[in-house]
Ligand binder design. Structure first.
Ligand code: CUV
Ligand code: SF4
Length: 651
């Protein structure tokens, strides 16, 4: 570009990505940062104060300027129909919750359909890997594990159990009344009672999303508290519903993660290998691509094209899924997706759904990279190739995708420049693993997490998750927040793009405990041999954090609801609607949840105050916003200390 060169240090803190940004600048290749510079966000829209849900608008109702002394304070405008700022901002917020929840539950739908096909033996390449977890879920859904009585009692096969379970979970999508199983059975008792009392127990996955769309249609729900009430119900159906179901069924199909060693950053790509980037969110096809990449026939084929082997590497949450279960290296998080291609070494980028830039389609034209879409819900105009996944031909489709990548290996045009940065990480901390390592359900042992919290070695728990956002210095907020927390003895549970940022910084290693942690947390990490930042998976795996919180409550000694725990949540670089749904289900679960980067309801002071303060008396959790990630971390710590004091365990 002929424009003046922007300092790459002002765009990302990652040296590997800085190197790729320099290449982009030198070669005139446009990235998301260039487009962001050209696109000024609309100040009214970013406050949530613009309503465009009917054609009499768009109506803009930004907060009026504060009156000077002696002047009369101007009232905030209302929309043409009379809709107040509270209504308009709440409607916009609610639609974010609906979209985020829809993304997660629609992910769950795909997994549930595959699960059914596997149960009936109609999905080659897949199996019911975790029979123990299958039985645990079946118990929650009242699916019998055995038939007959007394001496005739026979246990049922996993297939039989799974077939019944599949019908029951699929029915929850269109369920009209009653309660979702996980919401009512897996949350702490006191929380469930609270939800029932507030009438926010979700009834069916699809119903809650549809109801938000209806309520936020022109002229329906015009009471902001009532709109947020439905947000709460919809968000619970995401966290304690769709996301949890996606996570649990994926564990049954692909295995529950246990600690595994992986590598991170762009240095995981290999010049002499066929490099295939897996990017997106749903691990169904990636699981089989991973299997196919080890197939001797495939490796032979790669060699016949002059490559030494096949290197898979991930981006975004599909990356987290295959990293956790197979140790497949992760190349980058959200903001690195273009930069991976700019290495010139990516032979195919395989995408499914969510968080994929449309700009990838034009970017791959500057290189040889094939952009392969694989999901009928996620086509990209100008995609190089569309190879749709279906449950019944998985292995065949996986091989076809890989073959396209291999065939493309000899077509590399641009010089290959792969940054050298590559850092190890220990991942795979499912709730089950954490319970095993930290003895969550047996109190009294030295390693028990609860006892360490009570004893003060661990001050509390911080869930730090979520996206990257081009409007903030890439990865900076993630890293400074996490470092501030572990320095103050707060153990961090991470997922999503925060987890990848932490991996690239070496925070997911036991050694990080010595380098960054306060003495108490360092001691616990060294004794148990774990990192101070525990990678729990992808964004749907935030459900694992909920389950871990519920397990802490059950283990005893820290109150009897999630809102009693010395814990706080954050998404310091969020950008997607999914993050808002996730944040709201944490708040609804009783967690103090703070976001940085931007806040979408500043258009209404009244609504914002309700989200930040009013909700605490109803739900025990509340939202907060703070631009500075270190200050945000300190606010989380202050909340943790407040909860410690309430429990009588402050030092
Ligand atoms: Ni789903 S939603 S940018 S990949 S965490 Fe990453 Fe995670 Fe946000 Fe997307
Ligand atoms: Fe304007 Fe009301 Fe229509 Fe919204 S619903 S665009 S506030 S007239």
């Amino acid at each position: 570009m002929a424009e003046e060169v922007v300092k790459v240090e002002s765009r990302t803190v990652d040296p590997a990505e800085q190197q790729m940004l320099k290449r982009a600048q030198a070669e005139g290749i446009e990235t998301i940062w260039d487009r962001a510079d050209k696109m000024k966000p609309c100040p009214i829209g970013s406050e949530g104060a613009c309503c465009r849900i009917c054609s009499q608008g768009p109506c803009r109702v930004p907060p009026p300027k504060k009156a000077k002394p002696g002047e009369e304070q101007k009232k905030q405008a209302v929309g043409v129909c009379g809709a107040t700022a509270e209504t308009i901002v709440a409607r916009n917020f609610a639609r974010m919750v609906a979209a985020g929840s829809a993304a997660h539950t629609d992910h769950a739908r795909g997994v549930a359909h595959l699960f059914k096909e596997v149960a009936h033996g109609r999905a080659p390449g897949y199996e019911l890997k975790d029979a123990g977890k299958l039985r645990a879920i079946a118990r929650d859904y009242d699916v019998p594990l055995s038939v007959g009585e007394g001496d005739d009692k026979k246990s049922r096969s996993k297939e039989e159990i799974a077939q019944d379970l599949a019908e029951k979970v699929l029915a929850e999508f269109g369920q009209q009344s009653g309660e979702l199983v996980f919401s009512s059975k897996r949350a702490p008792k006191k929380r469930v009672e609270l939800w029932r009392g507030l009438d926010v127990m979700p009834r069916g996955f699809d119903r809650e999303v549809v109801e938000i769309m209806h309520r936020t249609h022109m002229g329906v729900d015009q009471d902001y508290k009532n709109i947020i009430h439905q947000c709460t119900r919809c968000a619970i159906s995401d966290g304690w519903g769709g996301s949890m179901l996606a996570t649990e069924l994926q564990d049954v199909l692909f295995g529950t993660p246990v600690p595994v060693l992986g590598d991170s950053n762009l240095g995981v790509l290999k010049e002499d290998h066929v490099n295939v980037i897996i990017h997106g969110h749903e691990p169904l096809l990636p699981e089989l691509i991973n299997a196919a990449s080890q197939d001797p026939e495939m490796l032979e084929y790669a060699k016949s094209k002059g490559a030494k082997g096949i290197q898979l590497a991930g981006i975004c949450c599909s990356a987290n899924e295959i990293l956790m279960r197979h140790g497949i290296p992760v190349a980058a998080n959200f903001l690195g997706q273009e930069l991976a291609i700019i290495t010139g070494a990516v032979d195919a980028m395989v995408v499914d759904v969510q968080c994929q830039f449309q700009a990838l389609a034009s970017l791959v034209k500057c290189f040889h990279t094939k952009l392969i879409t694989t999901d009928e819900r996620g086509r990209i105009e100008g995609e190089t190739m569309y190879i749709p996944f279906d449950d019944h031909h998985g292995p065949e489709i996986a091989r076809k995708v890989l073959k396209e990548a291999i065939d493309n290996f000899p077509n590399r045009r641009a010089p290959v420049i792969i940054p050298e940065q590559k850092y190890p990480c220990v991942v795979g901390f499912s709730m089950e693993t954490i319970r095993y390592l930290l003895g969550g359900s047996i109190r009294g042992s030295y390693y028990t997490l609860n006892d360490n919290i009570i004893g003060g070695r661990v001050r509390g728990i911080g869930g730090v998750v979520g996206c990257n956002n081009v409007r903030t210095l890439h990865d900076n907020a993630h890293l400074s927040m996490v470092k501030e927390l572990i320095k103050n003895d707060v153990v961090v549970l991470t997922t999503g793009c925060n987890a990848i940022a932490c991996a690239k910084e070496g925070l997911l290693t036991p050694e990080a405990a010595i380098k960054y942690c306060g003495a108490g947390l360092a001691e616990v990490c060294e004794t148990v041999g774990i990192p101070p930042v525990l990678h729990m998976g992808s964004c749907v795996d935030n459900a694992r954090i909920l389950l871990a919180a519920a397990a802490c409550v059950r283990a005893g000694g820290l109150g009897n609801d999630i809102s009693d725990l010395p814990a706080a949540g954050a998404a310091p670089e969020w950008m997607s609607e999914k993050a808002i749904s996730i944040g709201h289900y944490f708040v609804s679960s009783g967690v103090y949840t703070i976001f940085s980067a931007a806040w979408p309801t500043t258009g209404s002071e009244i609504l914002t105050d309700y989200l930040f303060h009013g909700l605490e008396s109803e739900l025990g959790g509340m939202w907060d916003f703070e631009l500075d990630p270190v200050v945000a971390a300190q606010k989380m710590i202050a909340h943790i200390d407040k909860k410690r004091a309430a429990l009588g365990i402050d030092k």
